[in-house]
Design a protein around this ligand. Structure first.
Ligand code: ATP
Ligand code: MG
Length: 233
């Protein structure tokens, strides 16, 4: 059984249908990178999986149907979102951000302590307000906050967006490390180099559908193919 199986998913907003028959399967373990130009529906897809937007078709997580469940129920089922733009709780400290999100107690795989071990820079800032952090630090906090809910599947929405190259490298290393320790990652990215670097599998979305899925090696170095799919490269 696949970890996440999306079939013929349609959805969007009251007056705008964005998802137009998405088929996407995420296998347990590893990183699936979902690429696509601005506005094709990547965030809409993640929000529909999280139950923040309605959809029709099917979304199955560990065999269980998610459509119709609340975001809260979906989070409890084991999915966490690292949202585009980070959305940390600015007026709370780093520590408070993690403590209010933590679930599973001290015996859980991911505690704030372990998240600090993954991101030592964050540990140094634990008494700072999240609103005072740099973009890179906020991204680490956003990832850590999702991790302490102990998800089986982590949805990451453009974690590298707006970050300096050195920080993007740290984000990439964190994604690789998460996959190594058993967290499955669905990574939405516009940074092609980063995505191809960390992904085990790649999918491309265009106008509400998946138009490519395969191995990163199929796109690496094939700039013509990349241009056709993404309009870049
Ligand atoms: N709240 C909303 N109400 C109506 N339409 C929306 C809303 N949010 C997004 N859209 C539209 O839905 C489409 C898909 O948007 P979405 O945010 O999913 O794209 P995306 O692939 O995540 O883009 P980006 O890479 O820029 O984040 C766009 O045409 C966008 O304008
Ligand atoms: Mg988006």
């Amino acid at each position: 059984m696949s970890l996440l199986e999306i079939s013929n998913l349609a959805g969007g907003y009251p007056r705008t249908r964005v998802l137009d028959g998405v088929d996407l399967t995420v296998e347990r373990g590893g990183v699936l990178a979902l690429l696509g130009r601005n506005g094709v529906g990547k965030t809409t897809l993640l929000h529909t999986v999280m139950g923040m937007l309605p959809g029709t078709g099917s979304i199955k997580f560990q065999g269980r149907d998610l459509l119709g469940l609340s975001t809260h129920q979906i989070a409890r089922a084991g999915i966490a979102l690292v949202p585009q733009g980070r959305r940390v709780f600015a007026p709370l400290t780093v520590d408070e951000n993690l403590r209010i999100s933590a679930r599973g107690g001290n015996a859980a795989a991911w505690t704030p302590k372990r998240a600090y071990e993954l991101f030592p820079g964050l540990a140094e800032r634990r008494t700072n307000y999240a609103g005072q952090l740099s973009g890179g630090e906020q991204e680490m906090l956003s990832i850590a906050r999702a991790l302490v809910t102990n998800p089986d599947l982590l949805l990451m929405d453009e974690p590298s967006d707006g970050l300096a190259p050195a920080i993007i490298k740290t984000v990439g290393e964190a994604v690789t490390e998460l996959a190594r320790v058993g967290v499955t990652v669905l990574l939405v990215e516009q940074n092609l180099a980063l995505a191809l670097d960390v992904a085990d599998e790649v999918a491309v979305m265009s106008k509400g559908r998946i138009t490519f899925s395969g191995a990163p090696s199929e796109l690496k170095g094939d700039s013509r193919r990349v241009r056709e799919l993404l309009g870049v490269g």
